[in-house]
Design a protein around this ligand. Structure first.
Ligand SMILES: CC(C)(COP(=O)(O)OP(=O)(O)OC[C@H]1O[C@@H](n2cnc3c(N)ncnc32)[C@H](O)[C@@H]1OP(=O)(O)O)[C@@H](O)C(=O)NCCC(=O)NCCS
Length: 158
């Protein structure tokens, strides 16, 4: 069993979230967490969560649930995902994707999307491993991926 879990953002975890650092070269693939939190503040459809391993904040995930959005890729999906450099490769990202899928199912969505910037240090391989398939659409210079919200087997524990 993993001891990952998601928690709401609070005054207690805000500083740890804002301090999260990516690996060198990854910054161009995701916005800083502080920007995402600001966007969550003004977007009522945003669903931001801290990712914990035990009592340690190891990452940040933000989904968006907006069934009325005119752009299909923005109706249900992962908006941001940042795993701290020291905690990458331990299953935190996969856990967060499955938690977003669970929340999406509870809200009645069958499919979820994500958009990523292609590139050497980018997350493409990760999202493919999580079951996303490119739709063939490019939106704002990013690849659009889609998958079912049904649970996928977690990777073996490491
Ligand atoms: C991409 C990211 C979220 C992955 O999180 P992570 O916690 O390191 O990934 P996990 O440990 O959960 O990996 C899950 C699976 O994906 C694979 N994987 C992870 N990163 C990968 C990559 N860059 N390329 C190919 N496969 C990858 C893992 O090997 C694992 O597969 P396995 O079970 O077969 O071993 C993380 O590296 C990150 O925060 N990157 C910088 C920010 C970013 O690009 N965010 C996405 C913006 S859209």
């Amino acid at each position: 069993m993993t001891d990952f879990r998601l928690r709401r953002l609070t005054a207690d975890n805000l500083h740890d979230l804002v301090k999260l650092e990516m690996r060198p070269g990854q910054e161009m693939y995701v916005a800083p967490v502080v920007q995402s939190i600001a966007e969550a503040y003004v977007n009522p459809t945003a669903w931001p969560r801290a990712i914990y391993r035990g009592d340690t904040v190891v990452g940040f995930v933000m989904a968006n649930f907006d069934s009325e959005n005119e752009i299909k890729a923005f109706r249900c999906g992962i908006w941001r995902l940042n795993i701290a450099a020291d905690f990458q490769g331990q299953g935190a990202g996969y856990f967060a994707v499955e938690e977003v899928a669970r929340e999406a199912r509870e809200r009645g969505f069958d499919e979820m999307t994500v958009m990523w910037v292609p590139g050497v240090y980018g997350p493409e391989g990760f999202y493919l491993r999580c079951g996303f398939v490119p739709t063939g659409e490019i939106l704002f210079d990013e690849v659009v991926g889609i998958r079912s919200t049904e649970p996928k087997d977690l990777p073996l524990e490491r």
